[in-house]
Design a protein around this ligand. Sequence first.
Ligand SMILES: Cc1cc2nc3c(=O)[nH]c(=O)nc-3n(C[C@H](O)[C@H](O)[C@H](O)COP(=O)(O)OP(=O)(O)OC[C@H]3O[C@@H](n4cnc5c(N)ncnc54)[C@H](O)[C@@H]3O)c2cc1C
Length: 489
Amino acid sequence: MSVVVIGGGPDGLAAAAVLASAGKQVTLLAPEDTLGHTSAGLEFHPGFRHTGVFPDADNLSTLAASALRLDTHGLTRVSVHDVTVCTPGRDPLTLGPPRTPALVGRVLPFLGKQLVAPAPDLTDGASLVPLIGPALGFRRLGAADMMELLRVAPLSVDDWVAEWEDDPIVASAHMLPALRGAWMGPRGPTSAGLLLLDLARRGAPVRGGPAAVVAALEAAATSAGATLRAGAGVSQVTLDGGRVTGVILESGETLAATAVLSTVGPRRTLMDLVSARELPPRTEGRIRTVRCRGSMAKVHLALAGPLIPTGCSAAPERVRIVGPPTALERAWDDVKHGRLPQSFMPLDIAQPTVADPALAPDGQHVLAVTVPFAAQDIDGGWTEDARKTLLDGVLSSLESVAPGARDLVVGHEVLTPSDLERTFGLDGGHLIHGELGLDQLGPLRPAHGLARHRVDEVPGLWLGGMGCHPGGWTGGAGGVLAARALLAG
Ligand SMILES: Cc1cc2nc3c(=O)[nH]c(=O)nc-3n(C[C@H](O)[C@H](O)[C@H](O)COP(=O)(O)OP(=O)(O)OC[C@H]3O[C@@H](n4cnc5c(N)ncnc54)[C@H](O)[C@@H]3O)c2cc1C
């Protein structure tokens, strides 16, 4: 059986490794010159590199790590990074672990298991046997924890965190990561559930960040015998009589395959790579409504010296600049209303050169700044002026906690959601190929009838990647689960 895997991000690489290890003839195709996609470390200014468009690799799924034995391919973990929390007019503090109620410790293992298991099959006539395990796991939490989980998950993260954290700045710092990939601010109902999922996903970070995850996955796929082709974008998945026959590359080359597993995003795969004429109406109807609105930007800064916020004795590796939850919600309001950020901009920052000085020239530094609230569809679009305003907002935020930061900047790269769409082909500029929301999770991710990776109405086509269950992040789990589903037929 010959399988084409489309996409060279962590999930594509993980899928290729699993399929090749099972003896399939696998060809992975990706348009970029360097495999890894947003996870690859790239030079963004002469002499300055980041370790991946996203800075952290603490979400690497235990599933991918163990299924592919990534430790044998050079992957090592480091201890959790200290996060320095800054807010204007107050001394910085080191963020400790969240003081969540004891319930959380008991519930996370249950949630963690759901994140490495296939999505439940809820189609008519499906066997109920696979549902017994999760149902028993839930029941075993006991009545009190079950009820508390059912109470907490639909809450807003602002309301829930306020129950156990008195300091609003610390509260904001804890809730910020949970909102990545969601179309909501801290007062959005169900955002507490997203924080629980985020905590369940998180583990020890990988040494070398996402770029190191990519290197290990690439080694696993290559040593299993997969052919990895960079610089090979796919323009079409070909069908004959509704069944997959292969792909046509952007170069015009055709490749025959008995199965195609795509990790480019479910909506893009079905709406763009399969011809609209050939996509069965039921599948088309299900995928068309998937929401995929980018709400985050990234700015890379090349600095002449380290960023040291006022009150810090040394350059921190991770910094979160936040205001109280109200300020986060206001920043979200700008996204909601399609406006450029109007006031104080919360930021999530990595300074990877603290751990790895080789990423920049001697004594100089890299800042990888995530702007958690930046709409894809701002009024007037992302013009050059709008991009300058975004950069200026980032620099003002940095100045507010580290006066002089602006003068350290010797180079920059601004990636608005629109740039992320154009440069990386991310559907809607959305970082995980589909918003996280109750109706786009688990058996509904990406949509009803598609969560188990198989596209029933297009035999031979399989969906993997972060737009599918278990959703986002660098886990590789979406690729592993899709590959296993394909192998199981
Ligand atoms: C700004 C930003 C911040 C992020 N922050 C974090 C973070 O802090 N922590 C974290 O864990 N994750 C973060 N992520 C998410 C992370 O990038 C993803 O989890 C990870 O990349 C998932 O990998 P994937 O393989 O599913 O998808 P992708 O990495 O998107 O890979 C998709 C692949 O499909 C390819 N492709 C697209 N079109 C075609 C085509 N026509 N033909 C062939 N190939 C095609 C792409 O080129 C790419 O190789 C962030 C993402 C972004 C964009």
